[in-house]
Write a protein that binds this ligand. Structure first.
Ligand code: MN
Length: 131
C-alpha cells in the first residue's frame, strides 16, 4: 500500500474549504488545512506536502505573495502550487502563473476539474513502471 498524497489547502472561505477537503478526501488524499497565508506558509515548510492549493484572496498576505514566499524556499521551490482563482477576476490566472503557481482552478469549485488539475502536477511513480 502506498502512502496517501498529502495536500495543503490554504483557503479562508469555510464553504470552499469544506468542499475542497471533502472532494480530496473522497479521492484518497490526506488534507491539511490553513485559514490564512501565514499559517499556510509555515505548514508548507513543516509538513512538506505533495501539493498546495492556494486561494488568492486571504485575510493576511495574498496568495500570490504567499506563493512567492513558499517558492523561494528550498523545499517549497519543488512544491506544485495550484491557485484558486475567481472566474470574475480577469487577470487572476496570469497573475497566479507569474507568481510561480503551477496551475489554477476556478471558483466555483468543480469536483472533476479540481482532481484532474491536481493529478497533472503530482508525480505518478507507478505509471509506466515495471510493477
Ligand atoms: Mn479567500
Amino acid at each position: 500500500m502506498t502512502e496517501a498524497k498529502r495536500i495543503l489547502v490554504i483557503e479562508d472561505n469555510e464553504n470552499n474549504m469544506y468542499l475542497i477537503t471533502f472532494i480530496l478526501e473522497r479521492n484518497g488524499f490526506e488534507v491539511i488545512g490553513a485559514r490564512n497565508a501565514t499559517n499556510g506558509i509555515n505548514l508548507a515548510i513543516e509538513k512538506d506536502p505533495d501539493l498546495i492549493i492556494m486561494d488568492i484572496q486571504l485575510p493576511d498576505i495574498d496568495g500570490l505573495e504567499a506563493t512567492r514566499r513558499i517558492k523561494s524556499t528550498e523545499k517549497g521551490s519543488k512544491m506544485p502550487i495550484v491557485a484558486v482563482t475567481s472566474y470574475a477576476m480577469t487577470g487572476d490566472r496570469e497573475k497566479a502563473l507569474s507568481a510561480g503557481c503551477d496551475g489554477y482552478i476556478e471558483k466555483p469549485i468543480n469536483p472533476e476539474t479540481i482532481v484532474s488539475e491536481i493529478e497533472k502536477h503530482l508525480p505518478r511513480p507507478n505509471k509506466g513502471g515495471d510493477i
